[in-house]
Design a protein around this ligand. Structure first.
Ligand SMILES: [Zn+2]
Ligand SMILES: [Zn+2]
Length: 139
């Protein structure tokens, strides 16, 4: 069983959507990582001491407990995406965990009738191997 987030604050990324034909659905989330050094703090962007807000443009993530710091790319390498899905082809409902690495994939835009390239997290249905995408943007 995948660990579901308790709140949005636990997530680097969260999406819950019904697929186009209304038959399938995808719920995908990426939990914040715990500090690899002390195992207590949750890695987060540093806070601006003046405003108390996270510096969202920071290239670094910091452990609030021990101040261990990693750069954004290194942090991104370690993230895992948890996905719960209902396959629109075979109605299988499953769970899968994949590295949180978006790839450029080309797919057919049915509205426009032409191919387009989107950044997405691809995964397969465990039962029928139907390829599904967690796209970055949904209309
Ligand atoms: Zn730490
Ligand atoms: Zn399937």
């Amino acid at each position: 069983m995948l660990k579901e987030p308790e709140s949005m604050d636990d997530c680097v990324y969260f999406t819950n959507r019904i697929l186009e034909d209304g038959k399938g659905s995808i719920k995908c989330w990426v939990l914040r990582n715990k500090c690899p050094k002390c195992g207590k703090g949750i890695m987060a962007k540093p806070k601006d001491p003046k405003t108390g807000h996270f510096k969202i443009r920071s290239e670094e993530y910091v452990c609030p407990e021990c101040k261990y710091t990693v750069n954004k790319d290194e942090y991104g390498e370690t993230l895992m995406a948890s996905i719960k899905y209902v396959c629109p082809k075979c109605s299988h409902s499953g769970e899968i965990e994949v590295p949180f690495k978006r790839k450029s994939v080309s797919r057919l835009n049915e509205e426009k009738g032409k191919k387009e390239t989107v950044k997405a997290l691809p995964f397969e249905c465990a039962k029928c191997k139907n390829k599904m995408l967690v796209t970055q943007k949904m209309k």
